[in-house]
Structures are given as structure tokens and as C-alpha cells.
Ligand binder design. Structure first.
Ligand code: DGJ
Length: 722
């Protein structure tokens, strides 16, 4: 069979056929159309080894000498367990057209067939998935089906992300050593610690230099991501859904499809990896309208403003204050439904609380819409409290390890925030939740749902068997059905902050809540790494209270605003309590966001490689202008941190550069009211007062001296093409 070669946007994926198997020979930089005779590129056979060259197949298999993680694990029960444990798949058909390669491999004796689909999108992002079909006799119990890609031997380091509640998406780096690095998620959801980006790279790769092979698994349930560095020097990177025992058993003729593994290669560091993801997102038909009739509106979310205090008068005051500064969407968070006075009761009873809202939500919705804002509502459809009417009537709808229901004395899983998961695989439970949400959306003028999911569930089961797989698909169906019934309604994926941020959920939703932490300093890191995969328009970023509710830190309003600008901008704060200056800066921030959201939500995201550990420099570059934030995250080693070299601009163009926020005029001396100046200097560079005109080349190579910034402060710079 002749090799298959997919090429797009500087990327090649080259698939050869070896001993009847399909194998990716290259996923990386574009090779051009001309490749040598791959038949001659056989691997050597070393001493004390198999007598044939080992094939690192598209589906790595022991039958071809693969000693790393196999692509397929499972077996059938025929005269006892364990049959067909080691298939020998051989290609039966292979085609490539329009960026899609489809390869079918089969072991007729084992009764197994795997179809691999690889799509190389115009952005150069590779999407790969495998589908297993049981073509044999008897049931086949699937333990794992992975998607695996080769990474060349010159990859030397790994990067993955980890985190916890209020500290999602923090990077960790390590050298590649022999062995397997596995990141496992057993949360019953994606998880706060899940690695949104899992990458290998050349030695010392950075934001804008080095080769990087980055991956992401589009799945919102249990999963494994792995990097396999074999003793013989081969590297593979891959991912799979993590299945419970007996969770997927295929009857003859049945199929199981893996979630998609997205893979982005860049020869220009992590920013190049992100660019392919961002371009791919933006090319999707369902992508949010960023600069057309409905650009991403300024949000005010009520959570950190009022929590469960849902009296209508303060909420209308808040709506008044929000409208006065230019807010465009008002989102009523947790606390509006029957019995919900705190987090111990009410989940599952999706009826407007009659005691709190005797006339329903209409008076508040009308107050919001008459002030020119859209109305959004918080829901948590996949959850129930034991103290709820729905559980009192249907105790058998609770997900758990026991085949017996709560009413039959069954063991429940541990509670988490006093709540349990509702069994969406049960058609009646699914229908109940769908109808309640559908009714709410029909009866009320709601443009937006903040869809929350607030617990881990490692013992996710129904009828005594594991069920994360089926539940995840049932939840996706619920999102899809509601979207279909209410196409204009936008949905946010929230999960105790960022515990469900993945491309699976983003197929059905319009933005994510990256973290419950609104502390601007923490947000710098969380947003930077969430946006390593997601474009800024999909990442909610809110200005929080002066005193952060989750960390206790106090940040100046300028720093909070500049931080929230690089995302989908909003506010989560009782702005009735804001000082006059804070309200003025917030108003200015909203004007700035409205002026630049078209740029922020369509431009190229750029992260500079900076030597000073306390400093970060990031921005968005469009065709005619750019915005950059210079952020001092801690006290720098050097007081004067060196000139700011600005990457990503067009070298041959000329730009007018000026600070937008703060300017020196904002802080003429050291203190003013409750604001401490972000600058600590006798005099700043003159361009900072007067502006400057320069080529992109000069800005990238020589750079600009910067004012001396205090820690936990940032400056927003504007670059306009002249
Ligand atoms: C967790 C979310 O992340 C918060 O933003 C808020 O909506 C609360 N849940 C409400 O219970």
C-alpha cells in the first residue's frame, strides 16, 4: 500500500504500511510533497530483541513486538475469561482525501476491527479517534482503547497542567526519562487537576521557541493521558477514556468510539500550538459571534455579590449599578429555586422558589431587560440534594456504587457539598431534567445559562455497575437537546470553577468558567494556561471584589481590570460597595473592553519569553493593532527589569505605542485616595508620557524601557499601526 500523506498549514502527517500494519512515520513539520521510499526506512534489529523490526503501529500492539502501552486492551469470555487478549490487526482498507485519512485494521480470528480516522484541519490541528467493532462471536469486554501518536527522539521535556479548586491549570515541567508518565482523572468529570494541554517538546522549549507536540483529549469523564518513553528509545504520546471494570462490553456487531485526541505541532513554541487550537475553534460553525451582531457582552454575575441572598430589592439595585457602568448581561447565580437557602437543599427541584419569588423571576428579568441587559440564570442540572422533592419522589435516581437504591437500603457514595449525581442514563430522570429546563427557558426571557457541576464522583455507578461513560454521553445529549430547542441561548460550562474545561463539553457550550478564584494575581496564571488551548473569547474573566473572597488578597482596581480584559470580560462583585474611583476605573475598563473586544476575540494570542521570573508579558495581536499587558507578579530580582521586547508584531510595520491603563496621569504622586501607585520611581521613561512611533522590528529586537512596577500590578499598552 502506498503511504498516506496529510498536509496543512505547515504540518505533515505521514502514514506508512509496515508488515501489513499502519504506522505514523511522522507527525510534525511539513515535509513537502516529495518523500523518499519509506520501505527503505526499516528500523534496525538490535541484539536480544525480536527477530523482526518492531512496528510502532497506529494501534500499538504486542503482536508486533510493542512493549509499551498497548493501544487496545480487552478480552472475551469463551470457556473462561481472557480470550482474544492480543489481537494482530492488519490493514484491510486505507484511504485519504480532503484532509481525512481513514484506515481500517482487522483481526478476523480475534473478531475485532478498529477504524482510525485522522483529520488534519486547515489550521494544522490533527483530530484522531478510533472506533472498535466486535466482529466476533460472544461479548468483548473492553478495558481500554487509546489514541496514540509518535513523538520523535529529539523531544526531551514534558509539559502538563495540574491544579485544584481555585488554582486550575498550573504548568509542570520535567525531563523525559525512560518509563511512562501517566496523568489519570477519576473524578467522574474532567477534574480541577486535569491536563488541558499535555505536551512534549525539544530541550528548553518556551512560549515562542522550540518544537512542541501538544495534545488534548476531548472528554468530560474519567481519562488517562500518557507519554511512553520505551527502553529502545521510542516515544509515544496518547490518551484514552478510563473505563471501569465491565463498563463497556460490546455484543457482536456493537461499537465503541474513543473521544477525539486533538494534536497540535509547532516549531515555534507553545504559542504555535495554541494558535492551531485557536484557529480551529474560530473556524467551527457554532463558534460565538465575536465581532458581528452579538459580540461577547459584559457580564455581571451575582455570586460573589449576594451569594444565596436572593431578595429582589438588592438585586434590582445591583442591576441598576450594573447598567449604569455599561454591563450588558446580568446573571442570577445559585439560590433562586425551590428550597435553596444554602447549599444543603433544593438541587433537582428546578422550579422558581414561590416563597422568594411570589411572582416568579419575571419582575427581576423585566428590571434587567428594561435596563438594556440580557438575563442569565444559574443551573446545576446533573445534581440533586437529598433534601429535595425530586429525591423524595425518586430515590432510585441517585447515582452510586450499589445495585440497590436508597429506598432499598443501598449504600450511597460520599456526599460532596451535600449533593449527589442524578442518573441521566435513566430515560425518565433525563426527561425530567430536560423538561424542567426546557420549561424554564420557554417561560422566561433567558439568554444564557451558567451550567454548573459541583462534585467529583469516583464511585459513579448505576445498577451496581460503573457508569461514567454512559452518564457523560447522556449529559452531552442533554446539552445538545436544550441547544436544539433553544438555539439562541448561550451556555457556560462551570464546574466548581474550571473542573470541566475540555473540548468535549465545548462542543455544546459557549464559554467556560476557568476558576472560582477571582484574585487577579492567581488569574494571570490560570488564564494564561487555559488559553494555551482555548481562545480568550471562550474564557470567562471577571473583576472580583477589592478583597478577594477566595485568597483574601487586596488588589488595585486597575490590576483587576487589566487582568479581566484578556478573556470574556465580566464582574463578580457587589459594585454597590465600590468606591467612586473603583467605579470610574471599572467604567473605563468596560469602555476599553467594548472598544477592543473585536481584537481580543479574534487576534493572535502572544506570550513573550521573559527571563525575569516575576514578570510576564502577554498580548493579542491583530492586523492593525495590538494590546499587551506587562504584569509584575512578584518583586523582581532586578529593580529595572530591562527593556520590554514585544514579540508577535509585524516587523515591517510601524506602530504608535501608548499606555492605556494605568497612565502616569492616573497616579501623579504616590498615593491618591485608596489607591497606591503601581509605579515606584522618581521618573519614568519619556515615551510612557508622550507615546512613541516605532517599527515592529525595533520593538521586538530592542524594546522599550518600562516604568518600575510594584508587585501585583500591570500596565496595558496599545499598539496602533500608523
Ligand atoms: C460553583 C461555581 O463555580 C460558582 O461560580 C458558583 O456558581 C457556585 N458554584 C454556586 O453554587
Amino acid at each position: 500500500m502506498s503511504p498516506l500523506h496529510l498536509r496543512a498549514a505547515g504540518v505533515s502527517v505521514l502514514i506508512a504500511f509496515r508488515s501489513g500494519e499502519a504506522a505514523i512515520v511522522h507527525w510534525g513539520a511539513d515535509l513537502g510533497a516529495d518523500v523518499p521510499d519509506l520501505e527503505l526506512l526499516t528500523d534496525p534489529i538490535p541484539h536480544s530483541a525480536f527477530d523482526v523490526p518492531v512496528v510502532a503501529g497506529l494501534l500499538p500492539q504486542a503482536s508486533s513486538g510493542w512493549l509499551g502501552r498497548p493501544g487496545l486492551r480487552g478480552s472475551r469470555v469463551i470457556d473462561g475469561p481472557g480470550r482474544d487478549f492480543s489481537p494482530a490487526m492488519r490493514v484491510v482498507s486505507a484511504t485519504a482525501a480532503d484532509g481525512l485519512a481513514e484506515i481500517v485494521q482487522q483481526d478476523a480470528d480475534a473478531g475485532l476491527q478498529v477504524t482510525s480516522r485522522l483529520v488534519l484541519h486547515p489550521s494544522g490541528l490533527l483530530e484522531a479517534r478510533n472506533t472498535l467493532r466486535n466482529t466476533g462471536r460472544g461479548d468483548y469486554q473492553l478495558d481500554q482503547l487509546a489514541v496514540v501518536l509518535p513523538v520523535p527522539a529529539h523531544a526531551a521535556e514534558l509539559l502538563d497542567l495540574t491544579g485544584r479548586w481555585c488554582r486550575e491549570n498550573h504548568p509542570q515541567r520535567q525531563d523525559i526519562r525512560r518509563g511512562t508518565w501517566v496523568r489519570t482523572g477519576r473524578h467522574g468529570r474532567t477534574g480541577h487537576d486535569s491536563s488541558l494541554l499535555f505536551a512534549a517538546g525539544s530541550r528548553g522549549f518556551g512560549n515562542r521557541h522550540g518544537s512542541v507536540w501538544g495534545t488534548h483529549l476531548a472528554w468530560s469523564g474519567d481519562h488517562e493521558l500518557f507519554f511512553d518513553a520505551l527502553a529502545d528509545g521510542r516515544h509515544t504520546i496518547g490518551a484514552a477514556e478510563l473505563l471501569g471494570s465491565g463498563e463497556v462490553v460490546l455484543a457482536p456487531g456493537e461499537e465503541y468510539a474513543t473521544p477525539a485526541l486533538y494534536a497540535s505541532f509547532s516549531a515555534e513554541g507553545i504559542d504555535g500550538v495554541s494558535a492551531r487550537f485557536h484557529d480551529w475553534f474560530r473556524a467551527r460553525p457554532q463558534h460565538v459571534d465575536v465581532d458581528g451582531v452579538r459580540p461577547r457582552p459584559v457580564v455581571l454575575n451575582t455570586w460573589e455579590a449576594v451569594y444565596f441572598d436572593h431578595r429582589i430589592e438588592p438585586l434590582i439595585e445591583l442591576a441598576d449599578a450594573a447598567a449604569a457602568i455599561g454591563v450588558e448581561r446580568f446573571v442570577l447565580d445559585d439560590g433562586w429555586f425551590r428550597g435553596r437557602r444554602d447549599d444543603t437543599a433544593g438541587l433537582g427541584d428546578w422550579y422558581v422558589d414561590e416563597a422568594l419569588w411570589p411572582e416568579g423571576l419575571t419582575p427581576l428579568i423585566e428590571a434587567v431587560t428594561s435596563r438594556g441587559m440580557e438575563f442569565g440564570l444559574w443551573v446545576e442540572p446533573e445534581m440533586v440534594n437529598l433534601d429535595s422533592d425530586v429525591v423524595r419522589s425518586h430515590p432510585e435516581w441517585i447515582v452510586g456504587p450499589d445495585a440497590r437504591s436508597l429506598a432499598e437500603g443501598g449504600r450511597l457514595p460520599l456526599e460532596w457539598r451535600h449533593q449527589h449525581v442524578i442518573d441521566l442514563v435513566n430515560p425518565e430522570a433525563w426527561q425530567y431534567v430536560f423538561e424542567r429546563l426546557d420549561h424554564l427557558l420557554r417561560e422566561n426571557d433567558i439568554s444564557y445559562l451558567k451550567w454548573d457541576q459541583n462534585r467529583d464522583l469516583p464511585e459513579h455507578g448505576r445498577d451496581g455497575r460503573p457508569s461514567v461513560h454512559a452518564q457523560t454521553l447522556a449529559a452531552y445529549r442533554l446539552f445538545a437537546a436544550l441547544k436544539q430547542a433553544h438555539p439562541g441561548v448561550e451556555i457556560e460550562s462551570c464546574s466548581s470553577g474550571g473542573a470541566r474545561v475540555d473540548l468535549g463539553i465545548l462542543e455544546h457550550t459557549d464559554r467556560v468558567w476557568a476558576s472560582d478564584c477571582n484574585d487577579a494575581l492567581e488569574r494571570q496564571t490560570i488564564q494564561r494556561w487555559t488559553q494555551a488551548v482555548l481562545p480568550p473569547e471562550l474564557v470567562g474573566a471577571h473583576v472580583g471584589p477589592t478583597h478577594s473572597h477566595t485568597t483574601g488578597r487586596v488588589h488595585d482596581i486597575m490590576f483587576r481590570v487589566v487582568t479581566a480584559l484578556f478573556g470574556h470580560f465580566g464582574i463578580e462583585w457587589d459594585i454597590r460597595q465600590a468606591s467612586e474611583r473603583e467605579r470610574d476605573v471599572l467604567r473605563r475598563g468596560i469602555e476599553t473592553y467594548k472598544r477592543f473586544r473585536g481584537l481580543i476575540h479574534s487576534g493572535r494570542r502572544v506570550n513573550a519569553d521573559v527571563v525575569e521570573p516575576a514578570l510576564s508579558v502577554h498580548g493579542v495581536v491583530g492586523a492593525d493593532e495590538a494590546l499587551f499587558a506587562v504584569v509584575m507578579q512578584a518583586t523582581p530580582v532586578a529593580e529595572v527589569t530591562g527593556r520590554l521586547r514585544v514579540p508577535g508584531l509585524n516587523a515591517d510595520r510601524t506602530y504608535r505605542v501608548a499606555p492605556l491603563m494605568p497612565t502616569v496621569a492616573d497616579f501623579p504622586r504616590t498615593t491618591e485616595g485608596d489607591a497606591i501607585s503601581p509605579f515606584v520611581q522618581i521618573a519614568g521613561p519619556r515615551w510612557f508620557d508622550e507615546g512613541l512611533t516605532s517599527t515592529g522590528r525595533f520593538l521586538a529586537e530592542v524594546g522599550l524601557p518600562m516604568p518600575v512596577l510594584r508587585p501585583e500590578q500591570a500596565v496595558l499598552l496599545h499598539f496602533a499601526r500608523v
